[in-house]
Design a protein around this ligand. Structure first.
Ligand code: MN
Ligand code: MN
Length: 285
């Protein structure tokens, strides 16, 4: 398969770019269906399917200055990889640009949030990811939300689309007042109401959005590390991106495992990244 070197329409140089894409091809702690290290290439390749013009936001991505740095250097060690990703994201933020990370596994999000420090975090995920430790590591993908809450505080954290976790994770969430919305709650309350709730709840107007692709129903996004039935529909995710875009200062999309795909999961991932850029740029018009 011919793999394009950069995300489609990411034609700007770093200096001029308002949005900076980079890949983080790391899946060292993945347990069930590993292979998300191949997602950055698969998503870049899929990105060439789409028109550059976005009619909903009246934005042509060819006119938006954004760049793709390629893949960050990752190591076999999760700790070393997190340090590398954190310093990359810090540089992008310090240069006044919006970072967009393509994972890789969900543990990488912790590095991005640490680079921001003071930020509200919204995680879209089928799983609570609140384990204190998993498979001998405190930095694995199943621990990422626990580490993030330790960094930003429980009042700056919300997850939605949740439908899986160990009893101890649900106990931790209840005992510590962790705000999360189950997939069922999203369906019954309606996504628009849930998003309004979240904006009111978070004490900051600066939001980091992390999309663990398993939040979406496996019928739409089958190629993920740990698929979980009864998920959200893609239009819910689109609504979240569109509504929150003006507040979002950093973004990632993680956990696609392309070996299990017929192409549709990578296409959806690429589309969500393109929707975010168009929505954010469109909101500033
Ligand atoms: Mn996750
Ligand atoms: Mn998950």
């Amino acid at each position: 398969m011919f793999i394009k070197p950069t995300f489609a329409d990411a034609e700007a140089g770093y200096e001029d770019a308002e949005f900076v894409i980079f890949g983080a091809p790391f899946d060292g702690t993945s347990c069930f269906r590993s292979g998300s290290r191949r997602a950055p290439s698969a998503i870049r390749n899929a990105s060439y399917n789409f028109e550059s013009y976005n009619p909903k936001h009246d934005i042509d991505l060819c006119d938006v200055p954004f760049c793709d740095l390629g893949d960050a250097e990752v190591s076999v060690s999760v700790d070393e990889t997190l340090v590398a990703v954190q310093s990359e994201v810090k540089r992008i933020i310090d240069d006044g640009k919006t970072p967009l990370m393509i994972g890789g596994e969900h543990s990488l999000t912790y590095a991005c949030v640490k680079a921001f420090g003071d930020v509200g975090v919204i995680i879209l995920d089928a799983h609570l990811d609140l384990r204190d430790e998993y498979a001998g590591s405190r930095q694995g993908h199943a621990c990422v939300s626990r580490r993030i809450i330790e960094t930003v505080g429980v009042e700056n954290y919300v997850s939605l689309g949740v439908r899986s976790g160990a009893r101890e994770e649900y106990d931790f969430a209840r005992q510590n007042g962790v705000r999360f919305y189950s997939a069922e709650q999203v369906q019954s309350k309606g996504i628009v109401n849930v998003v309004q709730d979240i904006i009111k709840y978070l004490s900051t107007g600066k939001i980091y959005l992390s999309i663990d692709m398993d939040v979406i129903d496996p019928g739409y996004a089958p190629a993920v590390g740990t698929p979980e039935p009864f998920g959200l529909i893609p239009a819910d995710i689109e609504c979240i991106i569109q509504t929150l875009a003006p507040h979002i200062v950093g973004f990632d999309l993680v956990e696609i495992s392309p070996d299990y795909d017929h192409g549709q999961t990578s296409l959806l991932g690429a589309k969500l990244i393109r929707e975010f850029i168009a929505a954010k740029k469109g909101a500033g018009k």
